[in-house]
Design a protein around this ligand. Sequence first.
Ligand code: ATP
Ligand code: MG
Length: 337
Amino acid sequence: MKTILTGDRPTGKLHLGHYVGSLRERVKLQNSGEYDKIFIMIADAQALTDHADNPAAVRENIFNVALDYLSVELDPAKSTIFIQSQIPALFELTAYYMNLVTVSRLERNPTVKNEIAQKNFETSIPAGFLCYPISQAADITAFDANVVPVGEDQAPMLEQAREIVRKMNEIYGEVLIEPNIYLSSNETCRRLPGIDGKAKMSKTLGNCIYLSDDSKTISAKVREMYTDPLHIKVTDPGHIEGNVVFTYLDAFCEDKATVAEMKEHYQRGGLGDVKVKKFLLEVLEEILTPIRARRAEYENNPDEVMKILKTGTEIANEKAAEVLNRVKRAMKINYFE
Ligand code: ATP
Ligand code: MG
């Protein structure tokens, strides 16, 4: 069996980092026909670990993320799209896994460490936030997933999930399936930088181009994109390292020969930023125009979107309950069976 589980936090609309890091890969895998089951989770419970004071925003973003999914052609006939908080088995599994993970192991998780610094949690880290890698292990294992398509920032989560699986299997017998990370083959896509040149395009950092941005917004964002501060006159030789316009061309432009030629010209001098940005804008518009059109269709059909989520959640619940029963049996806590 080949099963996929992946998802996103409903903390905002999805952006180009999500698109190249995970969404585009998911759609490819979905349409490859090689997977028996595909589960796509809107991680609202995880979003609440650092947005507990704003459940209304999380609620609104569930709908936004669902629209983003449908507009990039995740197909509900092939992929089960569901809402995390509505699957009780996930929380039971999390509780049992928590006994197998130390607090210091959680504190060492580099992505969590990074996020704690970013959010200025310092000494007031919500316990739920610190433990979200454990709940992520529950999300993955509850569906017997062996393939998890995500961005590079998720590698430490996958490592921790694998540790939990090994420990569970060691103590209770072979009960869980060990998951594997699935990263984009295009290295640039594994962690797309923000338009400000910062290491990661992220909702939290506010340096994003959203899949739902209109043409005017995108054009303005491309215009303000970070390039090479040393490239002042058009004739100056330019640098492409750390120049996000070229990074984005690597991530989005299929015509690799043209990109290579432009890079060469830019480094030699004589190619202006305005020209390169104009080309990037065309490349982005070609990708985003059909996505925008599909989004508009679903936006006018909120009942259909909610029905897709409800049906997906029912299917997900069935599978997760089955796995939870298997785990409880293995743990010998199935007293009334
Ligand atoms: P938040 O700031 O709320 O954590 P986020 O932008 O990090 O939001 P998530 O919902 O945490 O988004 O991530 C969803 C998926 O998208 C994950 O698989 C993650 O690895 C991937 N992803 C997010 N940002 C990027 C990026 N800049 N490049 C590549 N993949 C990304
Ligand atoms: Mg994140």
